[in-house]
Design a protein around this ligand. Sequence first.
Ligand code: NAG
Ligand code: NAG
Ligand code: NAG
Ligand code: NAG
Ligand code: NAG
Ligand code: NAG
Length: 419
Amino acid sequence: MLLLVLLLTACLFGEGHALTNIKLTFHGTNGQAPDACGPHGVCDCAFYMDFNDIYCKGIDIYEVPRNIPANATFLYIIETAITEIPVEAFWNLTHLEELNLERNKITIIPEQAFFNLTLLKLLDLKRNMINVLSPEVFSRLTSLTKLRLEGNQLKALHCNLFSKLTNLKSLYLNDNMIAALPHNIFWNLYQLERLYIFNNYLTTLPGDLLRNLTSLILLDASFNKVNTLPSSVFFNLVWMDNLDLSGNQLEILPENIFADLIRLSYLDLSNNQITILPEKLLWNLSSLTQIALYHNNIEIIPENLFCNIPQLDQVDFDENEIKAVPRVLFLGITVGSLGFSGNKISSLPQDIFENTPVTEALDFADNQLTEVPAAIIKPNRTRLTITMLFLQSNRLTAINSGSFDKLINLKIVYVYLFP
Ligand SMILES: *[C@@H]1O[C@H](CO)[C@@H](O)[C@H](O)[C@H]1NC(C)=O
Ligand SMILES: *[C@@H]1O[C@H](CO)[C@@H](O)[C@H](O)[C@H]1NC(C)=O
Ligand SMILES: *[C@@H]1O[C@H](CO)[C@@H](O)[C@H](O)[C@H]1NC(C)=O
Ligand SMILES: *[C@@H]1O[C@H](CO)[C@@H](O)[C@H](O)[C@H]1NC(C)=O
Ligand SMILES: *[C@@H]1O[C@H](CO)[C@@H](O)[C@H](O)[C@H]1NC(C)=O
Ligand SMILES: *[C@@H]1O[C@H](CO)[C@@H](O)[C@H](O)[C@H]1NC(C)=O
């Protein structure tokens, strides 16, 4: 849990609010949009040989500025009060490589608005109020590698919306209200490496949704309402490194669902309602190094669960209903830190760590231990080189002096005795 706390703090700092730098700008005269550059321009315009950067920002800009130089390569119109994009606003900008329209108040985008932007690599529309996208709106953006649509109000997407984006590598659809994805919506995205669909209302993923995404490295589908997954949904994804399914409503997973994920290193199944882990669930995941299963309803861990995994840096079973840890669960595996806090464990098999070097931390806090397990402190268990041990909130009544003497690297122990 300590590691988690640190992570959370890092996130909070990362999201730190930038000081808002509101530039005073002029409204255009005669009801016209203001000029982009020039003496009355509302944007910062910087011209170099092959780098023309137009930066327009401010809540007092209500319309897309006029006369944006046709040689612009980077155009930012961000944090303005703009609600509409005139259909021809970007038609002259055939050199554009990045168009960033994040954090405006855009609700609808005309179907032809991006039609001439064939060199565009990045299109950022995040945090607007877009609730519908017409099927052809991205159809000419054949150079696009990154598309950001997160933080809008999208409820449904047309099956052809992305069908021409054959160079796309990253797609952000998170933080919308999408309840279902058409099964063929991603079929042409052969280059896609990163797909973010977290924080939507998805209840399942179609079995062939990801079929052609053979380049996929990361899928974040966390915090939806997924309660079932077809066994074929991750088939073919042999380059997948990072899979996040946390914060859903999964109870049972098909035994072969991860069978092709031979390069997966990070798997997050935390915050679901998983009761049973099929014995062979992780059998082909020989690259797995981190697995999060905390906050589920797991009672029993199959003893061969980690059978083909040589090294696990982080294993987290916190907050489940586990009463016993199988004797051979970690046999022959090198483990970094191991979390079992918030379960119902009253004892550990004596030799559970005998052939298991655990190198960082053991967390058995908040269980039903009545004594410090021999498996942790007995003389022959010196393969434990942990620096942290968590045993608080158990039923320990006494600890002998010298109990932890064999744990030569130990720096921190959390224990308090039962009164
Ligand atoms: C780009 O257009 C602007 C405004 O029209 C001009 O000042 C600048 O010299 C042009 N840059 C190049 C490299 O052509
Ligand atoms: C595009 O270029 C044409 C020709 O220079 C010009 O008449 C028109 O106003 C430009 N459109 C925009 C939206 O700037
Ligand atoms: C941009 O696209 C529109 C609509 O397809 C077209 O009418 C216009 O001529 C194009 N402009 C340029 C500069 O390519
Ligand atoms: C992509 O998936 C569809 C549906 O399975 C299939 O018809 C198509 O041939 C696939 N494309 C490739 C290149 O595999
Ligand atoms: C593991 O992969 C092999 C081939 O690489 C496959 O035949 C087998 O079905 C997979 N096993 C499981 C349990 O998924
Ligand atoms: C430690 O292990 C050795 C060899 O496996 C065994 O002979 C010895 O009795 C063990 N000692 C304790 C205290 O368990």
